[in-house]
Design a protein around this ligand. Structure first.
Ligand code: PRT
Ligand code: ZN
Length: 286
């Protein structure tokens, strides 16, 4: 068996662009032409299969592909066997039950005996069973959100991200069944050689991901404030402190979590920090 990883990626859809961007950020170069179903990387032993997302879990279970990038919603719905290698943090959404906005919804029991339209009969069925509710699941493959308006069902179970599709169809979210995001999945019986390649790929993915929510921060501060500022900026190890030409002043370099920056910026200024610069980081290798 050849030691080239085969990674299944959605051919075109909401996962495609972010999947390809991630591969490129990992320094893996390849050409993708719209009509080709496969493509080989130039500088890493990996080949891409471009498929419909629904087919990816099955291809990974059957070892047609070694790896796949797919939504957790699709993996769970298909019920196929695969290892989850990494949560990739994009294509976030939730699978929810929604009902017309004037529907008197109190709890999941309000759906007893009702019709629910969905493209996720397995996940919905498991959820209803777990809650001892028997409702009729009406499986449809698209435009689920119009089902209550055309009298096909009282409720729906569909993916939601901003919620605007529900609102524009006069629906409200009643229950969230699953929080989903894109996953890197792998066949359960990879050879030692392929496992080694997956680990190399994962090392790159983690370096890219770590950098994504971290920023590089530079600031100037009086020497007397350095201890206070260091306690506010934990950094990768500890911040670099360099003397400035001006006596009694230093330049401090560190990293900061993007979502924590606004919480600490006032404290940094209060501690005497000046000229604060925050810059993106491409990769963090540890
Ligand atoms: O052709 P192929 O089968 O490959 O693609 P597809 O049409 O089945 O899937 P695609 O490309 O639409 O979505 C791929 C994956 O993206 C899904 O399986 C989810 O994991 C993820 N994802 C993230 C979403 C959404 N957000 C999303 N909002 N998938 C679909 N939606 C739809 C939802 O079904 C509803 O119609 O967007 C609408 C709701 O969006 P809001 O923003 O109005 O709430
Ligand atoms: Zn699909």
């Amino acid at each position: 068996m050849s030691n080239v990883l085969r990674l299944a990626i959605q051919k075109s859809g909401r996962l495609s662009e972010d999947s390809l961007t991630l591969i490129k950020e990992c320094g893996i170069d390849f050409n993708k032409s719209d009509n080709k179903l496969t493509s080989k990387a130039f500088n890493f032993p990996i080949e891409f299969l471009f498929l419909r997302d629904d087919d990816i879990p099955g291809y990974v279970e059957d070892a047609v592909a070694d790896l796949g990038i797919v939504g957790q919603n699709v993996l769970e719905e298909k019920g196929k066997q695969a290892n989850i290698v990494e949560k990739l943090g994009f294509s976030k959404c939730r699978l929810s039950i929604a009902v017309p906005k004037d529907y008197n919804y109190e709890s999941i029991k309000s759906l007893e005996g009702k019709n629910i339209a969905t493209s996720y009969p397995k996940i919905l069925g498991d959820f209803l069973k777990k809650n001892n509710v028997s409702a009729h699941i009406h499986e449809i493959s698209g435009s689920v959100e119009i089902a209550p308006n055309i009298g096909l069902a009282e409720g729906i179970c569909d993916l939601v991200s901003s919620g605007s599709t529900l609102i524009s169809n006069g629906l409200k979210e009643a229950e969230t069944i699953l929080h989903s995001q894109a996953l890197l999945i792998a066949n359960k019986n990879l050879s030692a050689e392929k496992t080694d390649l997956v680990n190399q790929l994962l090392f790159r993915i983690k370096s890219v991901q770590r950098a994504k929510n971290t920023k590089y921060i530079l600031l100037n501060a009086p020497t007397s404030s350095v201890d206070t500022i260091i306690s506010l900026l934990p950094g990768v190890k500890s911040p670099s402190v360099m003397p400035l030409a001006e006596e009694g002043w230093v330049s401090l370099h560190s990293v900061v979590k993007e979502n924590e920056f606004w919480d600490i910026v006032e404290k940094l200024k209060a501690a005497g920090a000046e000229g604060i610069l925050v810059m993106p980081i491409e990769k963090i290798v540890i």
